[in-house]
Design a protein around this ligand. Structure first.
Ligand code: 2BA
Length: 110
């Protein structure tokens, strides 16, 4: 068995949970925050049988879209310790999904 940990954008999370559950996967949805953008995202965890792993990954890949977001960079202008911090907008491409697949040593419901 594998544990999928998928960090996805909030906009995709509802459809992704529905699509996974429609195919019989168990899912837990966590409200999380990205360290770089400091904005909300969603982390899904799902325990899947080895032979179903590719099906689950395919659903994630199909539903999660990459999008551009604007954030403020606060790199010092003028360099050095005496530099002035002037925020300016930068574009970052977020997602589709950041996915980790972990080996499960035990799966218990007690
Ligand atoms: P955030 O940390 O808020 O990052 C959002 C997006 O900002 C990232 O998209 C990436 O395009 C950009 N980014 C992140 N760190 C950067 C940096 N130091 N300089 C420039 N741009 C940077 P994704 O790579 O698609 O990541 C989306 C979310 O997935 C991340 O949100 C974070 O919550 C999670 N994530 C990504 N890589 C991870 C990792 N290695 N471990 C744990 N969580 C991760």
């Amino acid at each position: 068995m594998k544990l999928i940990v998928a960090i996805v954008q909030d906009e995709d999370a509802g459809r992704l949970v529905s699509a996974l559950m429609d195919k019989g996967f168990g899912v837990t949805k966590l409200a999380t925050t990205g360290g770089f953008l400091r904005a909300g995202n969603t982390t899904l965890i799902s325990g899947v049988e080895d032979e179903k792993l590719n099906d689950a990954l395919g659903i994630i890949e199909k539903i999660c879209k990459s999008r551009e977001q604007i954030t403020a960079s606060t790199t010092p202008m003028g360099g050095g310790a005496g530099g002035v911090y002037v925020p300016y907008p930068i574009r970052v491409t977020v997602g589709g999904a950041t996915v980790f697949v972990l080996e499960v040593s035990q799966f218990l419901k007690v």
